[in-house]
Design a protein around this ligand. Structure first.
Ligand code: HEM
Length: 402
């Protein structure tokens, strides 16, 4: 590592390909893993790119996840121009202990590995139904994003929360506008409020007519106000949908453009779980990564971090760190042991839906490859439209043929 720290950087966002994080991140990771970063609103904070530091900061209680403390947007985004607000009650991803732990504990029981495994038959059914619908047209061509990668997690999360499918139009477009970099502050705020309005109404309906779902279960415990229930539902709906949908789509795209890896997976079904971990490690899903704010002055790899400064934790750079994953960390290798990756974060805020996302991904790839032995891209590689205009990466469409 060089001892000369470069001047402040901007968050690099230009990706060399659909599958690789910005090249500047690797350079920073090698030369200056804790770098001074200029935020678009004038704030000066830090960009952390190395695996050990990203992982330990995610677990460090002195780096706060409170939304109102790390409100500086790391790249141009409409929310960066918003007034500072604390997280909605119940929206626990933007909170610290003890508030965070209280909310998280109330829902965590629904997301344990054992509870999620019980969903296997239903997720398989949903997946097979999507494949049936793709085949039904007889065209032997489809958009994998629209007909497969999006509906699977949408249907699963709707069932889990007890959201009627016919309501999905009410929040689907709003979630898209919320994550779209081209939305202005007004559109972005309106989209956010539309989703919030929807979940508030949903909680009211569940209180009047409880069902066999997560929200009704939380209501029955009588520990949460309707506002808190709406905040939790909002978080689960937003966090559980676009992330998984784009991982399924981008992962399928990666497999189709790495034929040696695709062949490995076809030959050996038992590689499924490992393949999912490696895809999670390898694919850069988020435009930035985790955000935290220092709650006291501290030192990080010799750099003086001051209380109140924001820190961007680049998950995709950490996941490609050769110090953790070896000299070929930039290679997709479904046989590698990708354990310890930070695609789901780490520490108290580690993704609550990780087991669900893993289950959906594994079932999706297994069923897709089994159904279509001749699966291939229906357009040249370069024509697949990438989501460079969205907070969560992936592809807008993935035309496939079989
Ligand atoms: C491949 C898909 C997914 C990825 C890559 C992903 C990634 C992440 C990451 C990186 C975090 C940590 C954020 C931080 O530390 O600031 C997180 C938190 C969270 N995720 Fe996921 N997620 C996925 C799917 C899901 C699903 C399916 C659900 C739920 C149904 C979900 C619910 C949550 C929740 C509730 C949190 C907040 C946890 C807390 O603050 O305690 N996620 N996710």
């Amino acid at each position: 590592m060089s001892d000369i720290a470069p001047g402040p950087v901007r968050l690099p966002t230009e990706r060399p390909s659909a599958f690789d994080p910005p090249a500047e991140l690797a350079e920073l990771r090698e030369k200056c893993p804790v770098a001074r970063m200029d935020f678009p609103d004038g704030h000066q904070g830090w960009l952390v790119t190395s695996y050990p530091e990203v992982r330990s900061l995610l677990a460090d209680p002195e780096f706060s996840a409170r939304q109102e403390l790390h409100h500086h947007a790391p790249y141009d985004h409409p929310f960066g121009k918003e007034p500072i607000r604390p997280a909605e009650v119940g929206f626990f991803i933007g909170m610290d202990a003890p508030e965070h732990s209280r909310y998280r504990r109330l829902v965590a029981g629904q997301f344990t590995k054992r509870r999620i495994a019980l969903l296997t038959p239903r997720v398989e059914e949903i997946t097979e139904a999507c494949l049936d619908a793709m085949e039904a047209g007889g065209a032997r061509e489809a958009d994998l994003v629209e007909q497969f990668a999006q509906p699977i997690p949408a249907l699963v999360i709707c069932e889990l929360l007890g959201v009627p499918l016919e309501d999905s139009d009410r929040f689907h477009g709003a979630i898209r506008r919320f994550f779209h970099l081209g939305s202005d502050a007004e559109e972005s705020r309106a989209a956010y409020l539309a989703i919030l309005d929807y979940v508030a109404e949903l909680v009211g309906r569940k209180r009047a007519h409880p069902g066999d779902d997560l929200i009704s279960g939380l209501i029955a415990r009588e520990e949460l106000t309707d506002q808190e229930l709406a905040g939790i539902s909002l978080l689960l709906l937003v966090a559980g949908y676009e992330t998984t949908a784009n991982m399924i789509g981008l992962g399928a795209y990666a497999l189709l453009t790495h034929p040696d890896q695709l062949a490995l997976l076809r030959e050996d079904d038992s590689l499924g779980d490992n393949a999912v971990e490696e895809l999670l490690r390898y694919l850069p899903l988020f435009r930035s990564g985790g955000m935290r704010a220092a709650t006291r002055d501290t030192e990080l790899l010799g750099r003086q971090v001051k209380e109140g400064e924001c820190v961007v934790l680049s998950l995709s750079s950490a996941n490609r760190d050769p110090a953790r994953y070896g000299a070929d960390a930039d290679r997709l290798d479904l046989r590698r042991s990708a354990t310890g990756h930070v695609a789901f974060g780490h520490g108290p805020h580690q993704c609550l839906g990780s087991q669900l996302a893993r289950l959906e991904m594994r079932i999706a790839y297994t069923a897709l490859l089994r159904r279509f032995p001749g699966l291939r891209l229906a357009v040249p590689h370069e024509e697949v439209p990438l989501r460079d205009d969205m907070v969560i990466h992936g592809t807008h469409r993935l035309p496939i043929a079989w």
